[in-house]
Design a protein around this ligand. Structure first.
Ligand SMILES: [Zn+2]
Length: 687
């Protein structure tokens, strides 16, 4: 769904020290390892597909792929991501060791990587990169200085941990206009519920978070007693903000996030905070249209600024600057950051090797420069053509599917078809590469590169306000193993990284490919019509195009999915928050149905494939196993707890079993009997 794509250092570079010299066998790849699109070794044929299809399709994978020490979870997507990273590592190593004969993009990516890999220089600088920020904070004489200081810090860090987040987005009501968005933020824990839940595990995590903040302040030179006091101050302020923050379920309702105001209206929300000074410091003094996504949050923020003393605000700012920058500092900071955010919070055993973190950072800050190198080696025009062909088949399937719905009126169907026809397909990589010309990358200044990259991205976002919309822009980089639908652009986007084996496998028969990649295309397409996407029209505007009766019928069908997934357990006693995962669950089921329909069309043109049984599996069975095998995964319990709170996707097991129980085609393909676990007594279907 819609993602504001911005770079958060703390999220991308989850960090610490031990430069994993133990993994000296770790080498860059010069070609991609081949994993087949349907991998019989990943199956567990001792399992009964009608009892637990996920075990049948993924049991071997789960057994053969324990979670690596540096990962919170491990999955087919995660493994392919790592293969891509390993390949990019080789490219970057080459670019880093050259100093001439490189074009501008190659100079930037190569030198960025070299600076990031230079641990000795990073270690020697210690906490020095924090100094300029801390000087700005120290220089604040009163609250009147807050707006300017805050704007500067937000630009340099470009993340939402500093009280709130400010950026650009399409106007929900008029998708052709880009306006300023003032959104929530200001928290150091993963979710507002992290501050509000009262169970023992949540309390324990909070205590460890406070300890982590204190440890960081000790590293910054405070005494243990001062640090304890500072941590308590931060925690109290964040808890106040958390209480005023919308839940993730509420944030899925675009109407709850749409409150347009002018400069006066914005000012009225936070009387003591001079927005004119803030905007001037951002370089955007003339802005007069804002969407305040969470007015109640801003009111609470205004109250906090008014009542908290200046020292408390300084402490809060110092913490968030240190938190965001820690992965770019010396090992003491990096390790402290890793210990809490990766180890405590997500159960990760070991810091990622340096090369991996540096590849991730180059991708995050110079993704379209690095992406060009990736695409030229790993994505052929023929592959693009095939993916486009499959996309069109899936779209034709959706058109047929809409026509055949017995619960939707002709009026709504006509508008659904109009929306479907308007969807733009983006495959592989952008037509125009981003220009990083104004982003200066230095070979001997890692922290500076990170800051200038943040600044470049923050300014690039702000520069969109009031300008014609760039419909060609991508929200993911080409090597990314993922895909998305953007309801305001009304486009589906499949980066080159997700169109590689084992997800899309040129060497395979069609059945697993349509199950897997066909299912993914159908998934993104269905997002245009899930409970959130359906509220946007063909032009990408938040506008109700449904008759009342059809909307009611949709909601009844969606409720069936909500009830179904609410019964599934994520970990221990925590069940899926199925109102949070609804959009993804609907998209998963729609994707599988559309993938199946597209495959039927394809088979009609390839009759010789229709009969072939391979590996002891019929084509229909291969379709379903191919579909399931994108989702094979292993997860750490700590990470599952965070995911249950924050991840709009259900765990892999239910992204497979939760679908097939609803599919009569599955029952038939595996000759399952009514009453068996993979045959639901009450089937759900939305699209
Ligand atoms: Zn999705």
């Amino acid at each position: 769904m819609r993602q504001l794509v911005r770079f958060a250092l703390s999220a991308s570079l989850a960090g610490a020290v031990s430069l994993a010299l133990a993994q000296s066998a770790d080498q860059p790849l010069t070609s991609f390892p081949y994993t087949p699109g349907l991998d019989v070794k990943a199956m567990d044929r001792s399992a009964d597909p009608c009892v637990d299809f996920y075990q049948f399709a993924c049991g071997g994978w789960m057994k053969n792929n324990p979670i690596p020490a540096d990962q919170a979870r491990w999955s087919v997507y995660g493994k392919l991501t790592q293969d891509n990273q390993r390949y990019l590592w080789g490219i970057l190593d080459g670019l880093a060791s050259k100093t001439d004969g490189r074009n501008a993009s190659q100079q930037k990516t190569g030198d960025y990587f070299a600076a990031c890999m230079d641990e000795k220089a990073i270690e020697a600088r210690g906490a020095a990169p924090l100094q300029p920020y801390f000087e700005q904070i120290d220089a604040m004489r009163s609250l009147r200085d807050l707006p300017t200081t805050l704007a500067r810090l937000q630009l340099a860090l470009n993340e939402d941990g500093l009280f709130f987040s400010f950026g650009a987005n399409q106007d929900f009501g008029n998708s052709t206009e880009v306006i300023a968005f003032a959104s929530g933020g200001g928290l150091g824990l993963p979710d507002r519920d992290s501050y509000l839940k009262t169970d023992a595990k949540s309390v324990d995590i909070r205590n460890k978070y406070v300890q982590h903040i204190a440890n960081t302040f000790v590293l910054l030179g405070q005494t243990a007693a001062q640090a304890k006091q500072s941590a308590a101050t931060v925690m109290a302020m964040e808890t106040t903000l958390a209480k005023a923050t919308l839940s993730r379920v509420d944030k899925r309702d675009p109407y709850k996030l749409y409150h347009k105001v002018n400069a006066k209206g914005l000012q009225a929300l936070t009387p003591g905070f001079d927005w004119r000074a803030y905007l001037a410091a951002l370089g955007e003094k003339d802005l007069n249209t804002f969407n305040v996504t969470e007015p109640a949050f801003y009111k609470a923020l205004g109250k906090q600024w008014k009542t908290a003393d200046l020292n408390a605000i300084k402490t809060y700012l110092r913490w968030h600057v240190a938190r965001a920058m820690s992965p770019a500092l010396s090992s003491a900071f990096d390790k402290e950051h890793f210990d809490f955010y990766s180890s405590t919070l997500r159960g990760v055993k070991e810091q990622k090797p340096r090369w991996k973190r540096c590849v991730t950072l180059v991708d995050a800050q110079l993704g379209e420069a690095l992406g060009q190198e990736f695409v030229s080696r790993a994505f052929s025009p023929a592959l693009k053509e095939k993916a486009l062909h499959m996309t069109k088949q899936v779209e034709e399937a959706m058109a047929k599917d809409i026509d055949s719905l017995d619960w939707m009126s002709n009026d709504t169907k006509a508008r659904a078809q109009e929306k479907l026809k308007s969807i733009v397909n983006k495959i592989g990589y952008p037509d125009q590469w981003r220009d990083y010309g104004s982003y200066q990358v230095k070979r001997d200044d890692f922290a500076g590169n990170v800051e200038r990259g943040n600044l470049f991205e923050a300014r690039r976002q702000l520069a969109k306000i009031g300008k014609p919309l760039d419909r060609k822009e991508w929200g993911m980089t080409p090597p990314t193993v993922n895909a998305y639908y953007n309801p305001q652009m009304n486009d589906i986007n499949f980066p080159a990284g997700v169109l590689q084996p084992p997800l899309y496998d040129d060497k395979m028969d069609d059945a697993p490919n349509y199950g897997n990649t066909g299912g993914t295309i159908g998934h993104e397409l269905t997002h245009a019509f899930d409970d959130e996407g359906r509220q946007f029209d063909a032009q990408g505007n938040l506008k109700d195009w449904w008759t009342k009766k059809d909307a009611k019928a949709f909601n009844e069908r969606a409720q069936c999915i909500v009830d179904q997934y609410a019964k599934y357990v994520v970990v221990d006693d925590i069940k899926i928050n199925s109102k949070l995962t609804l959009g993804e669950d609907v998209a998963d089921l729609g994707g599988l149905i559309l993938g199946w329909m597209a495959w039927q069309t394809q088979m009609a043109s390839m009759p010789q494939q229709a009969e072939a049984t391979r590996d002891g599996l019929t084509p229909a069975q291969r379709f379903f196993v191919g579909n399931a095998q994108w989702a094979c995964e292993n997860d750490r319990p700590e990470n599952l707890r965070v995911s249950a709170m924050t991840d709009p996707h259900s765990p892999g097991k239910f992204r497979v079993n939760g679908l097939v129980v609803n599919m009569p085609e599955f029952e038939k393909a595996f000759s399952c009997k009514p009453g068996q676990p993979m045959v639901a007594t009450k089937r759900c279907r939305v699209w």
